[in-house]
Design a binder for this molecule. Structure first.
Ligand SMILES: N[C@@H](CCC[C@H](N)C(=O)O)C(=O)O
Length: 294
């Protein structure tokens, strides 16, 4: 086994992704390697999507998702689109079935280059998210930040897309909130025993919303695919929108999310390759691949 593994630096609407090719390898990417890669401005990332050999018949690969703080995540919608684009470019295949720690996931690259990922079935039970205490109705839970009599953010909807999400509904521009200040406090609030991804959502019509997300284990990001899915199912569940919504993310791009009649949530959007290289999964030391080199 070679010391180094190939990787591609990519992004999904600005969500910074490293797609690591760990096929035919038994080793894992260490938290130290993730932290080292994230410390270098050239490879700074939000998630690493590590592609491994399949574990389950009927799936093409097992995908491990690592946040920039070195912790594991169960879901990453933007990262999955990057994985699909990388594998489609390599193999010509267009339809994929993957396995992650959250389960089996289907995805497809369309003729126009956009990629759809079936993000699975959302869960709303307080134990599923999970929350530290019982809430019978997770369309709105008691949680607020700011002065007790004039909270800045309050009463979020919560959902699991495999990973935990809280969505705070706002009327004002999403950029007028100090998410960099409130995000870490809410991510680590005792109500979320596994921490949570924290989003603020401004619904602009039955079919559109603006969304900003503070990601668990990664901080402020330019897009978060699973958060867009969580926001759309929570918006539909609270009758703020219909079941198909175009979500504008901080990069200015759009993701289309449809909560289908069969309960599956399908997210569609682009992915972009930036550069390729090789890295050491134990240390994070890396070298850029020279384009055009044999
Ligand atoms: N960027 C991702 C979500 C990443 C996972 C998250 N930080 C977590 O720990 O749950 C996406 O596009 O879904």
């Amino acid at each position: 086994m070679s010391m180094t593994a190939p990787f591609a630096k990519m992004n999904g609407l600005g969500n910074e992704i490293i797609v690591a090719d760990m096929r035919s390898r038994a080793d894992r990417i260490t938290p130290a390697a993730a932290i080292a890669l994230n410390a270098d401005p050239a490879t700074k990332f939000d998630q690493i999507m590590a592609i491994y050999d399949p574990r389950t018949p009927g799936t093409i690969n097992y995908i491990e998702i690592i946040n920039s703080d070195g912790t594991m995540a169960q879901a990453c919608g933007n990262g999955m689109r990057c994985v699909v684009q990388a594998l489609a470019a390599e193999t010509g295949q267009k339809i994929f079935t993957f396995e992650t720690i959250a389960g089996i996931l289907n995805a497809e690259e369309h003729a126009d280059g956009l990629i759809s990922v079936d993000m699975g079935i959302p869960r709303f039970g307080w134990q599923d998210i999970p929350l530290a205490e019982e809430f019978r109705d997770t369309r709105m839970i008691e949680l607020q930040i700011g002065p007790i009599d004039a909270p800045v953010l309050h009463s979020p909807s919560v959902a699991s897309m495999g990973n935990p999400h809280a969505i705070f509904w706002v009327d004002e521009d999403v950029w007028s909130y100090e998410l960099d200040r409130f995000g870490p406090l809410l991510e680590n609030h005792p109500i979320f025993p596994e921490r949570a991804n924290i989003s603020i959502a401004q619904v602009t019509s039955r079919e559109s919303m603006n969304l900003r997300t503070w990601e668990r284990g990664a901080g402020l990001t330019l897009a978060c695919g699973s958060a867009t899915c969580a926001a759309v199912v929570c918006a539909a569940r609270t009758n703020r929108t219909g079941r198909k919504v175009e979500v504008t993310v901080p990069s200015g791009g759009q993701l289309t999310v449809e909560w289908r009649a069969d309960d599956h949530v399908v997210m569609t959007g682009p992915a972009e390759w930036e550069f390729s290289g090789n890295f050491n999964p134990a240390t994070g030391a890396w070298l850029r691949e020279i384009e055009g080199a044999a």
